[in-house]
Ligand binder design. Sequence first.
Ligand SMILES: Cc1cc2nc3c(=O)[nH]c(=O)nc-3n(C[C@H](O)[C@H](O)[C@H](O)COP(=O)(O)O)c2cc1C
Length: 365
Amino acid sequence: MSGDSFGKLFKVNNWGESHGKAIGVVVEGCPAGLELSETDIQPFLDKRRPGQSAITTRRDEKDQVKILSGTVDGITTGTPISLMIENQDQKSKDYSEMAKIFRPSHADFTYQKKYGIRDVAGGGRSSARITAGHVAAGAIAQKILAKALGTDIVGYVKSVNDLVLAMPSEQVDVSLIEQTAVRCPDLALAEKMIKRIEAARKNGDSLGGVVECRINSVPIGLGEPVFDKLEADLAKAMLAINASKGFEIGSGFAGTLETGTSHNDIFINQDGKVKTKTNSSGGTLGGISNGMPIVFRVAFKPTPTIIKEQATVNLAGDETVFHGRGRHDPCVLPRAVPIVEAMAALVLCDHFLRFRAYKGLFDIN
Ligand SMILES: Cc1cc2nc3c(=O)[nH]c(=O)nc-3n(C[C@H](O)[C@H](O)[C@H](O)COP(=O)(O)O)c2cc1C
């Protein structure tokens, strides 16, 4: 009943709170025989960790992952893989004031009303800190997909506020993504984004934007209509990420401005391989991958905690004032990139294993 697990065959169970002893995931369904050590997972966590640049939160967490189970001599055994990240930078400050009020646009209000109790320190389970578990599990999924299918998943920042990367995903030079702290593959635009985020931070304010993700080398056939369509599961995965507010695949909302004539993806036969000339559909048809790259976008709102006074209400419902303080991301976009990639990997890996289950049946006789 609880919403702490994700996936059907490649299943992730997420646990922990922001300022508890540790956070982590238990991954069920990882096939036996995969080489796996902490060094396969740590680089992904380093891309998500706080304190990585001047435009992210200055909280300094190293996010060192430990594999507690599911491997022998660095090889997966087909049993549950437990991954743990100890929390280090939890400041034992006084949360009594925070406990009495609701931060605007954060999860305090709904957690309090739903459960009647909430872990106030660092936002407890509603904190984006728990997405470190998504990224750790996603690293395993990405390894399986790369090894079995050659699939590669690349996310980058498409926009920050009204600064938008105009280039289509097939033209992106992926080698540029990690060259700037903002993870936008246009270096001149990235500089502008960084300046905009720095200015927002100086004003005690925050900004939102869009992450785009392109997945190459996806076989035809992943996705289970009608309710577990590939794009439906991707949408769920993306909207489960903290602060996400929108999902679109392929032409998305802009496609509504086209006609069928320009929007339809025409089939062609290129050297014996059926493809489509364009990719308005974003890599799925009828909820099943069609062999074209999967391209989707995720919108993130401006970080809710801003370093300003804002009107709010207290536990009793009386109007009061909230003084935002502490070390917050002025824009979640750069750190959201590896989370988007990880969630995409979890969806694809789960669907790949489900596809293989059917394939196995068909192969008998
Ligand atoms: C990578 C990342 C970092 C975040 N950092 C912060 C932060 O420093 N401060 C904050 O108030 N919210 C931050 N958030 C957003 C909150 O976690 C989120 O807005 C909150 O849990 C409420 O959930 P909702 O926005 O999905 O409704 C971050 C989100 C992400 C994805």
